[in-house]
Unconditional design. Structure first.
Length: 100
C-alpha cells in the first residue's frame, strides 16, 4: 500500500498518462482553426500541466486547478471534447486532493 508502480523506464504510469493526454490536447488545440477568447489561458495551463508532468511529482490541487481552467477555457469547443476528457481522466488518476 502507498506504493506507486513505475513503468520499465522508471516513470510513474500516471505521469506518463498525463503527459500523453496533455500532448494530445495541445496538438489538437494548436490545429484548431477557430480563435476564442480564452485560448491563451488553455495554452498556458496546458504548458503548466506539461511542466508538472515533466518534473514527475505533480501537486494534486494544482493539477485540478489547471484542469478547471482548461475546461472553462475550451469546454464549449466540441472538437476538443475527447482530448479534454483524456486530460481529465489522467488528472483523476492522481486521486483527490487531501482534505483540509
Amino acid at each position: 500500500m502507498g506504493q506507486t508502480r513505475v513503468t520499465g523506464s522508471g516513470e510513474d504510469p500516471r505521469v506518463a498518462e498525463l503527459r500523453t493526454a496533455v500532448s494530445r490536447l495541445r496538438r489538437e488545440l494548436a490545429g484548431h482553426p477557430a480563435e476564442f477568447p480564452d485560448r491563451g489561458i488553455a495554452e498556458d495551463e496546458l504548458a503548466a500541466l506539461d511542466a508538472m508532468a515533466v518534473n514527475g511529482a505533480p501537486e494534486i490541487p494544482r493539477l485540478r486547478r489547471s484542469l478547471l481552467l482548461i475546461a472553462g477555457a475550451i469546454g464549449s469547443v466540441s472538437a476538443l471534447a475527447s482530448a479534454l476528457r483524456d486530460v481529465r481522466v489522467a488528472v483523476d488518476l492522481f486521486g483527490e486532493p487531501p482534505r483540509r
